[in-house]
Design a protein around this ligand. Structure first.
Ligand SMILES: [Zn+2]
Length: 463
């Protein structure tokens, strides 16, 4: 049956703000945007204070990390851990997951994270994950999320502390195995534009992948029409390692390896110079910036510089928060504090980044828009709560005062997934219980083995 959504307002980057539209969905597409409701047979949802947007796109995420490190990796003073957080918490906990969690348990934890994404208005997500998280794909499909899975590729998969205290990539050469994994997964699970699940390449970074592997990824991705996501210029150590090994910085190195072009999404570019950002822009690659993840460790991503450059920009949550409304608000605040200009990071600009521009970065102009013929991935926020009222401008109300949990209706591929803030297929409470239990078991085992650093263990709330 057709679906008719009748919000108070709708907005997309192409058509701007409309009042009292009726959005007709047939099949997996937007069939029409009407001024009057049609008299046809259709499932109808009308919301007096509803703001309908293209579904939000999370352009850089690690869903499984969010519950695994929730509350553990926050508020850590410099020097409070025995070494870098990577060595003293993140890697050991990741190793423990690989050792004790079975694929179903990992799937349970991932599904809880994906549920949070969907329930807060995200309809599409690029997620970079390790092979043991393969359950990501069926769990996301069951919830109705549109996903790009970009499994990690590594030449040297193990990060260890070198003699000089700097991180070093070590281990057996994993180039072949990680490349083969993506090729197999692509053959088995990539559905393309008519399905919900897509598969791409996720080489971890320019320091952890050999130039040979990066070039091989480039060639294969072009042939297959697959996306590439790679961390780039995310910290000074990465840039220094690339410079030492190849005599050029990360952005120039990726260009040399074929990975600065449309179809490539660079995670972070936190330490990219203005010239490098311009080079990314001119090459047609995109940047996915994740403000809250860096803010957690006391750093501000260069949002104002990204916006001023005109580079294709998307926003991601990096497995730190999963709520895109929170992340967009952080982006707006950063752009303003960095530029001293309160007009920077306007609601329209950031919502365009999280919808149309991210869709274009994914090579999917059929997404991220409210235009007839576009795929119907939609979110309707309910602005009736006191925090929004009265409404002068609904976009500013959402970005300044809003919360992802006010997502009232979520549609992907033309199908209702959330209505009246309720998950339609699946039991949200049961998914949450299972996911939390899976992570709690890892935490308990980590505590038992003394794998949680003392400074973090000490602030555990009493059970
Ligand atoms: Zn990342």
């Amino acid at each position: 049956m057709a679906l008719l959504l009748s919000p108070r307002w709708s907005w997309c980057a192409e058509t701007g703000l409309r009042e009292r539209p009726h959005i007709l969905v047939e099949g997996d597409r937007i069939a029409a945007i009407l001024a009057e409701p049609p008299s046809m047979d259709a499932e109808r949802i009308a919301l007096e204070d509803g703001l309908l947007l293209p579904g939000l796109i999370n352009l850089h995420n690690h869903a499984f990390s969010a519950p695994l490190f929730r509350g553990l990796a926050d508020d850590i003073a410099p020097g409070a851990l025995p070494g870098h957080i990577l060595f003293s918490l993140l890697m050991p906990l990741g190793d423990l997951v690989a050792e004790i969690m079975d694929p179903e348990e990992i799937g349970d934890a991932v599904e809880m994270a994906l549920l949070e994404c969907l329930m807060t208005g995200t309809t599409a997500m690029l997620d970079i994950w390790r092979p043991q998280q393969r359950a990501f794909i069926p769990r996301a499909r069951a919830l109705g999320l549109r996903t790009w899975s970009c499994p990690y590729l590594f030449t040297r998969p193990n990060l260890a502390m070198g003699a000089d205290g700097r991180p070093e990539w070590r281990g057996e050469d994993a180039s072949e195995a990680s490349f083969d994994f993506v090729m197999r997964l692509f053959a088995e699970a990539h559905e393309g534009p008519d399905g919900l699940a897509s598969v791409g390449f996720g080489p971890h970074g320019p320091d952890s992948n050999s130039p040979e592997l990066l070039r091989r990824v480039d060639r294969a991705a072009r042939e297959m029409g697959a996306l590439v996501s790679i961390h780039c210029a995310q910290n000074p150590l990465e840039i220094a390692a690339v410079e030492a090994a190849h005599g050029r910085r990360s952005v120039a190195h990726l260009a040399e390896c074929g990975l600065l072009r449309p179809g490539v999404i660079l995670g972070h570019c936190m330490f990219a110079t203005d010239e490098e950002i311009a080079q990314v822009r001119d090459a047609g690659a995109a940047i996915a910036s994740c403000p809250l993840g860096f803010a957690r460790s006391g750093r501000a991503v260069p949002l104002a510089r990204f916006l001023a450059s005109g580079v294709r920009l998307g926003i991601g949550t990096d497995g730190v928060t999963l709520d895109m409304v929170d992340e967009l608000r952080a982006a707006a605040v950063l752009a303003r504090t960095q530029s001293g200009d309160p007009s920077q990071g306007a609601a329209e600009r950031l919502l365009a980044a999280a919808t149309r521009d991210s869709a274009d970065a994914l090579g999917r102009p059929d997404l991220g828009r409210l235009t007839p013929g576009s795929r119907a991935d939609l979110v309707m926020f309910d602005l009736s709560a006191p925090r929004y009222q009265p409404v002068w401008n609904p976009l500013r109300a959402l970005l300044t005062n809003g919360a992802g949990r006010d997502a009232h209706t979520v549609v992907t591929a033309g199908r209702l997934r959330v209505a009246h803030r309720t998950l339609l297929r699946g039991d949200a409470a049961a998914i949450t219980r299972r996911g939390a239990a899976a992570i709690a078991r890892v935490w308990a085992e980590a505590e038992r083995r003394g794998a949680i650093p003392a400074a973090i263990a000490a602030r555990r709330a009493a059970a």
